[in-house]
Write a protein that binds this ligand. Sequence first.
Ligand code: ACO
Length: 133
Amino acid sequence: MRYHTRKMVKPEDLNPNETLFGGRLLEWIDEEAALYGVIQLDNKRVVTKFISEINFISSAVQGDIVEIGMDVVKFGSTSLTLRCEVRNKLSRKTILKVENITLVNLNEDGIPVPHNKTKIEYVRDRLEELSKD
Ligand SMILES: CC(=O)SCCNC(=O)CCNC(=O)[C@H](O)C(C)(C)COP(=O)(O)OP(=O)(O)OC[C@H]1O[C@@H](n2cnc3c(N)ncnc32)[C@H](O)[C@@H]1OP(=O)(O)O
């Protein structure tokens, strides 16, 4: 699991219980998953198809720093399935887990097309390959 994105919980992110609003956290996760998919599949037309059960394990309060981790569960043909974990940056306490987030790789007409990816790639390796050409 790699943690790429950190967020500070601000007053506008709170629910009436004065803890982090679940919908705000899901918005952050959906964006992070989409970014992960766009980078891995090297295609900006990647959409969220399916999100499995969401387990809100503990809450966060104003001023907390949360970090969002993603890992690949499976490279499909047109899909990419991720796993997500959110934790408190400083205490490492788990805030949320999602076991499956499935993204689909689309063409310009919005049709699912194979992405031809089978393993995690790093942008620096792609750039190195390009510089060899
Ligand atoms: C980042 C964002 O927030 S994007 C905005 C929110 N998302 C959207 O608007 C997407 C709306 N949905 C759609 O446009 C369509 O459902 C599409 C284009 C994504 C997929 O269309 P489908 O007709 O289901 O495509 P299709 O049957 O070919 O399946 C595509 C892939 O999704 C997988 N898939 C389909 N349904 C599911 C499901 N319920 N759960 C998990 N995976 C699924 C398939 O197994 C396939 O993967 P594979 O090729 O690796 O085997």
